[in-house]
Design a protein around this ligand. Structure first.
Ligand SMILES: CC(=O)SCCNC(=O)CCNC(=O)[C@H](O)C(C)(C)COP(=O)(O)OP(=O)(O)OC[C@H]1O[C@@H](n2cnc3c(N)ncnc32)[C@H](O)[C@@H]1OP(=O)(O)O
Length: 439
């Protein structure tokens, strides 16, 4: 759907920061004052930030040569993060992280988001980013644009003192509990996070898909920033670092909020990402945050569905597990994206793909791959083994949702006996995908 006549897509330079914030605050209601909002650092890459303006005649302006001057007002924004090393199964590729999408309520439901998505896809293709990823404000928005929920995360409420299975060596590690200071802890957080995504288990080459890192200075700054106005009544952000002979092996950030009831203190520990490089560090990290005085429960922000804590807890049900959609993925360049990841078994399959929004992706593609090795994708006239839309490919791309599971909902059609199970197996990955932070 084209934009109505009076609207136009524009680039947004940093000089339009206040206008951008105004639209953001219309799209995402917030109780912080304009003054505070303007004082906060922004995570944006300005050369990847755009918007939509409406241009209407300005009745208050003095006509020039008989013509009424036009007034331009920003009504919508969007941006993207440059993830140049976004983990996909067995590889890191350039991915565009769509973010800061907002339309002023006065101008919604007339095709502005649709126009911005088209622009975003064109930008992805021009930049050589074969995949777009996002975390969705509402789960109903992005499926129509060919995105699929490619990762889920686990939310827990772990009772204080919950019993953990013992791990040898945990007690030998040392623990630092400090107030988070970006100057002191920034590099430790960044390095451990990166390592945990590249090698979440002892196996080389098996990464954690979706585990985006904060690659730009702007993102690093905002990630560790802790403005009082955004603490929601909780304390300043703290950090636990677990060390082995002085070498950091794990961390989590956390805040406590203590309420008092007639039975005594009932405090909640809200953590950020919980990251550790080995079983002993994982055990020590969790046993530390599960044993903070005046608290009765720990709520990690969002952790992988296969996080080690699920295997360490003696009574996982007591942690009230629930899952939520995490990263959504859209293959913008289907052959480029399919060839960029690794597969867990040899594969030779013809996929028939439908993609109404990006017709270059439509048609039949032969995907051949060797287990954990190189993959190639070529256009073919051969009869397809499987048919699916680009949204199903996005859903399965990070290895977290099986194509066979999608087929049980009628979303993948098998034309060749056995092709579904072979392809679904090859698309799977030993480690569950997740992004540990909301972008
Ligand atoms: C990656 C991120 O940044 S996620 C953040 C997204 N932003 C927000 O949620 C902020 C608040 N919401 C908004 O700013 C706007 O309502 C937006 C961005 C969600 C939608 O913008 P609009 O310009 O109204 O969307 P547009 O008119 O292009 O709608 C396109 C289609 O999406 C549908 N749609 C739009 N918003 C939603 C929604 N929240 N839930 C379900 N469907 C939606 C429309 O109904 C329309 O469907 P149709 O093609 O069948 O008619």
């Amino acid at each position: 759907m084209p934009l109505p006549d009076t609207y136009a897509l524009v680039d947004l330079p940093e000089s339009r920061r206040d206008e951008l914030l105004e639209i953001d605050r219309w799209a995402f209601p917030s109780s912080t004052s304009d003054e505070v909002a303007r004082s906060l650092p922004l995570p944006l890459s300005w050369d990847r930030t755009s918007g939509v303006v409406v241009r209407v005649p300005d009745p208050t302006a003095v006509p020039i040569d008989g013509a009424v001057p036009v007034r331009e007002t920003l009504v919508a924004i969007h941006s993207s993060y440059p993830f140049s090393h976004f983990p996909v199964p067995g590889a890191e590729i350039p991915v565009s992280g769509l973010t800061w999408v907002g339309v002023h309520p006065q101008h919604r439901r007339r095709g502005i988001l649709s126009a911005m998505i088209d622009q975003h896809f064109a930008d992805c293709l021009e930049r050589g980013e074969s995949v777009s990823a996002l975390t969705a404000a509402e789960a109903g928005i992005y499926g129509r644009f060919g995105y699929g929920p490619a990762a889920h995360d686990l939310r827990l409420t772990v009772p204080r003192g919950a019993a953990l299975r013992p791990v040898p060596g945990s007690e030998d590690l040392t623990v630092r509990i400090e107030t988070l200071d970006p100057a002191v802890h920034g590099d430790v957080v960044h390095d451990l996070h990166l390592q945990a995504g590249r090698q979440p288990t002892a196996a080389a080459g098996i990464n954690r898909p979706g585990w985006a890192t904060r690659e730009t200075d702007e993102l690093k700054t905002v990630f560790l920033d802790d403005p009082e106005a955004l603490r929601n009544g909780r304390e300043a952000r703290r950090i636990v670092i677990v060390e082995s002979d002085g070498e950091p092996r794990g961390y989590t950030t956390f805040r406590r909020k203590v309420d008092w009831s007639h039975t005594g203190p009932r405090g909640t520990v809200s953590t950020g990402e919980v990251v550790a490089l080995d079983p002993a560090a994982t055990h020590r990290l969790w046993s530390t945050i599960l044993d903070l005085d005046l608290t009765h429960e720990v709520e990690p922000l969002m952790i992988p569905v296969d996080d080690a804590i699920t295997s360490l807890l003696v009574d996982p049900r007591a942690a009230a597990p629930r899952i939520a959609d995490n990263v959504w993925v859209r293959l913008v360049d289907v052959p480029g994206a399919l060839a960029a990841r690794r597969y867990t078994s040899d594969l030779d399959v013809v996929l028939h793909v439908t993609d109404a929004r990006l017709p270059a992706n439509q048609g039949s593609w032969r995907l051949t791959a060797t287990a954990f090795g190189k993959a190639t994708v070529t256009r073919t006239d051969d009869a397809p083994d499987l048919s699916l839309s680009v949204a199903e490919l996005g859903t399965a791309y990070l290895g977290g949702t099986s194509l066979a599971a999608l087929a049980t909902a009628g979303r993948v059609e098998e034309h060749t006996d056995g092709a579904l199970l072979r392809t679904a197996s090859a698309f799977g990955w030993p480690v569950a995908p997740v992004c540990s932070w909301i972008f």
